[in-house]
Design a protein around this ligand. Structure first.
Ligand SMILES: [Zn+2]
Length: 277
């Protein structure tokens, strides 16, 4: 017998009934939901945490990762409390999860019991139990925690921080270039701040394969300018240059390039013509 706070005593039979109810009425939703739910939930938790850290001006990636991991662990725990309550009392939509959440040992006993009974089976078969179900749950937890941490760090790292103004850079311009360049070549040129060479590149379409330049500028002092290069090729998206600090002159040259770029995009440019500056 397992005692749940605020509830009547719950026998193993109750689990069986709850399991059967869940299997018959919710197994399909659970299975189709299972692959995406931890991933989406983790990403949402990480993104929310990342926005909160931006508000708190946290810009250390390691700290952002630790905070995101802690938040994701908390979210994982809460999800287990809610799911267990739903599993045991599917007819009740409003339950107080705090009492169960404050008793982790009780929650663990229930989880072990649910694992022994199983909750769902493939193609309506025998509910998965034991080691197999533990592995599924560990996989779900891994997805939630992994995406939570990745999303949290990504949100914190997406903009440079101006230490002088103690503010995130609020201005950004984006330039798109065609994919007919080798990644190493464009990366080397951008790192060399070779604006003259960049100006010769064909404009790209943001809806197709392209390279993208991001110029971030501090909206307060305009003294901090950084340049990032993102490669967006089919199945190969990554950041080649991350927040390279530019001089004011180089930033102004990129701004001018943007104006020329606007003119160029209205006229088709067939080929790239890389040339030495
Ligand atoms: Zn500033």
């Amino acid at each position: 017998m397992v005692w749940l706070p605020g509830c009547s005593q719950v026998s193993p039979l109750r689990y069986r009934v709850a399991s059967c109810t869940f299997t018959e009425s919710g197994a399909f939703q659970r299975r189709s939901f299972a692959a995406y739910a931890p991933l989406t939930y983790g990403a949402l938790v990480g993104a929310s945490c990342g926005l909160a850290m931006c508000w708190g001006k946290i810009r250390n990636s390691a700290l952002a990762g630790i905070v995101s991991l802690a938040s994701s662990l908390f979210a994982l725990y809460v999800s287990w409390v809610i799911w267990i309550l739903h599993l045991m009392f599917p007819s009740f939509w409003i339950l107080n999860p705090i009492r169960l959440a404050l008793q982790p040992k009780v929650l663990w006993k229930i989880i072990v019991a649910v694992n022994a009974q199983g909750t769902w089976g493939f193609k309506g078969g025998v509910p998965m139990t034991g080691t197999g179900l533990w592995l599924v749950w560990v996989g779900e937890a891994g997805l939630l925690l992994g995406f939570g941490v990745l999303a949290g760090i990504a949100i914190v790292r997406r903009r440079p921080f101006c230490e002088r103004c103690e503010a995130w850079c609020s201005e950004r311009i984006k330039l798109y270039f065609g994919p007919a360049i080798l990644p190493d070549e464009i990366k080397r040129r951008v790192q060399a701040e070779d604006v003259g060479w960049i100006a010769t590149l064909a404009p790209g379409d943001k809806k197709k394969a392209h390279y993208r330049l991001d110029l971030h500028t501090c909206g307060n002092c305009h003294a901090l300018n950084t340049l990032s290069l993102v490669q967006n090729l089919p199945k190969d998206r990554k950041t080649l240059v991350d927040k390279l600090v530019l001089s004011a002159d180089q930033a102004a040259a990129i701004h001018n390039l943007r104006m020329n770029h606007g003119i160029q995009t209205s006229a088709p440019v067939a080929t790239t013509n890389p040339s030495v500056r």
